[in-house]
Design a protein around this ligand. Structure first.
Ligand SMILES: CC(C)(COP(=O)(O)OP(=O)(O)OC[C@H]1O[C@@H](n2cnc3c(N)ncnc32)[C@H](O)[C@@H]1OP(=O)(O)O)[C@@H](O)C(=O)NCCC(=O)NCCS
Length: 182
C-alpha cells in the first residue's frame, strides 16, 4: 500500500521510521539532513511523505516530495517539484522503483518541472526519469554558504513550463536555487 501524508500529519512512528532511515542512508553524503520532531513537523507542513508499506504496516520504502521556489533561470522565476530521501528498507526487491513510480505519476499530473540530485543514475533511468550526468556545476545557491554534495547527477521530468528543456538547451546559463542542495 502507498500512503501519502503531509508532514504536519505524520505519526510518531512514521517520524521515527523516517529519521532512522534518513540518518542511516544519508549521513555520509553531505545532503541536507534534518531530524523531524513533533515540535518542528509544522515547518514545511505541506511536504508530502510517501510510504510504501506491507500488510502489517511495516515501511518498505519512503521518499518526500516538495516544492522549491523561486528557481531562477534566464531572467525567469519558476516553481519546481523535487524529491529527497528515497530509501528502500530492503534493497533489490522493487520497493524503491514501485514508490518512485507513483511519485513520478503525481509529478507528471501536476504539470510542474521536477529535478533532484542523485548519485544512482542507472536506477532513476530505469524508473523513467531523464538524467543530466555530472551537471551539478550548472546549479548555484543564492545564499552564501554552500554544502558540498556527493550527488553529481540531475534526475528530472520536464514540465509544461519546459524548464528542463531550456536548462539543457542553454548550457552556459546557471540555475539559481533559493535553498542549498537537498
Ligand atoms: C536506491 C534505492 C532506493 C533503490 O531501491 P531498490 O528497491 O533497492 O531498487 P529496485 O529493486 O526497485 O530496483 C529497480 C531497478 O533499478 C536497479 N537498481 C537498483 N539499485 C541500483 C543501483 N544501486 N545501481 C544500479 N541499478 C540499480 C535494479 O536492478 C532494478 O532494475 P530492473 O528494473 O532492471 O530489475 C535503494 O537502493 C536505497 O535505499 N539506497 C540507499 C539510499 C539511496 O541511495 N537513495 C537514493 C538517493 S539518490
Amino acid at each position: 500500500m502507498i500512503l501519502k501524508i503531509h508532514r504536519k500529519d505524520l505519526s510518531l512512528q512514521q517520524i521515527e521510521d523516517f529519521n532512522f532511515w534518513q540518518h542511516k542512508e544519508f549521513h555520509h553524503t553531505g545532503a541536507t539532513e534534518e531530524t523531524i520532531t513533533q515540535e518542528n513537523k509544522n515547518d514545511y507542513k505541506d511536504d508530502l511523505f510517501y510510504f510504501l508499506t506491507d500488510d502489517t504496516g511495516k515501511t518498505l520504502a519512503m521518499v518526500v516530495l516538495f516544492t522549491v521556489e523561486p528557481v531562477f533561470f534566464m531572467k525567469k522565476d519558476y516553481q519546481i517539484l523535487t524529491f529527497t530521501g528515497l530509501v528502500a528498507t530492503e534493497k533489490g526487491k522493487g520497493y524503491g522503483k514501485s514508490l518512485i513510480t507513483e511519485v513520478k505519476q503525481d509529478i507528471i499530473s501536476s504539470g510542474l518541472s521536477c529535478f533532484s540530485f542523485c548519485h544512482l543514475e542507472v536506477f532513476y533511468e530505469k524508473c523513467g526519469f531523464g538524467i543530466m550526468l555530472n551537471a551539478l556545476n550548472r546549479f548555484q545557491y543564492s545564499g552564501e554558504n554552500c554544502a558540498i554534495l556527493d550527488m553529481p547527477h540531475i534526475v528530472y521530468i520536464n514540465g509544461e513550463d519546459n524548464l528542463i528543456e531550456s536548462i539543457i538547451n542553454y548550457p552556459d546559463e546557471m540555475v539559481t536555487l533559493p535553498i542549498p542542495w537537498w
